[in-house]
Design a binder for this molecule. Sequence first.
Ligand code: NAD
Ligand code: DAU
Length: 339
Amino acid sequence: MNIIVTGGAGFIGANFVYYELEKHPEDKIICIDKLTYAGNMATLDEAMKQESFSFHRVDIADRAAVYQVFEQEKPNIVVNFAAESHVDRSIEHPEIFLQTNVIGTSVLMDACRKYGIRRYHQVSTDEVYGDLPLDRPDLLFTEETPLHTSSPYSASKASADLLVMAYHRTYGLNTTISRCSNNYGPFHFPEKLIPLMILNALHDKKLPVYGDGKNVRDWLYVGDHAAAIDLIIRKGASGEVYNVGGHNERSNLTVVKSVLAALGKDESSIEYVTDRKGHDRRYAIDPTKIQRELGWNPTVKFEEGLEKTIKWYLSHQAWWAPILKGAYQNYYEKMYANR
Ligand code: NAD
Ligand code: DAU
């Protein structure tokens, strides 16, 4: 099978590329990526050595360029990871989130309609459900939970989900959607909580915790997300949505303290800073459907995954050092100075 993976030079897309190359060596993986600030060819170094992998530097919102890739590569499956993915950036600059996350999704699905496809899979997020209160641990997001977004990022992802459902119903496009909780693991861009805290702690910098640090996220090791998507594209039913998560809720403060403890650092570097605007309080996924229907289960416990992730950052300075030296410095200064 020929599988187009968009956003494969980013965090989860790249982990999915490596998962597929290993699990299904008979398949061809075709990566489409614009290489924004979050895309990194160094992440794909090993994939580029393999014959069954090819790369196209293309914007998913560029119709002519996308159609050309479809004509050339004749994909059977498209998995769309490509997105602007950072909530804080969406609060500063919403436009690009609409362009990539909404328009880009429609262009990809138009290409699927034009050239024919066995499955279009949209990689979505638990953020489309909004948030849950801290004092109701019994409440979880199911696939039936109404969409109720908070940030321009989550609104753009929910818009894309609605478009996918519309293309399924109106044009009969064979689609699936996965809505996953927060991922962590190798190749995670340093703007996100866990890698930011690991790298700041390593450099003895302050660890900026938004608000009171009690916001809860439901963490899943990235390899488990890749395995879930692999199952969905091969065995999931067309038109369906699957929630993906491992019942692993942690407050941000707990996560930051775990990172410090694992690195043998004290907690004096923790600094409470101004809260994110519209900050979602708690996410929690009910993954019963994918467990029951597709037999998916998470395999990596948080403590084990965090240890693996920290070890990966300690041994991959060559990956993150160039990122920290580049445009990221200006970003960090702008977001965190005087916060
Ligand atoms: P990321 O920001 O690390 O990577 C995004 C990738 O998409 C980059 O390689 C970037 O260059 C590429 N890209 C951006 N705009 C593009 C465009 N217009 N055309 C082509 N490529 C483009 O993101 P991530 O964390 O790996 O997230 C991947 C997907 O998973 C996103 O759709 C995100 O919404 C979803 N998701 C993320 C998480 C998480 O915890 N990170 C959880 C659930 C769902
Ligand atoms: O839930 C899935 C989502 O998880 C994905 O859809 C998004 O693409 C992904 O970026 C992530 O969104 P979050 O906003 O949850 O992740 P982030 O790492 O930005 O923040 C996690 C929590 O940590 C959140 O409550 C904000 C807080 N935070 C974050 C940063 C960067 C801090 O307290 N300090 C920080 O410096």
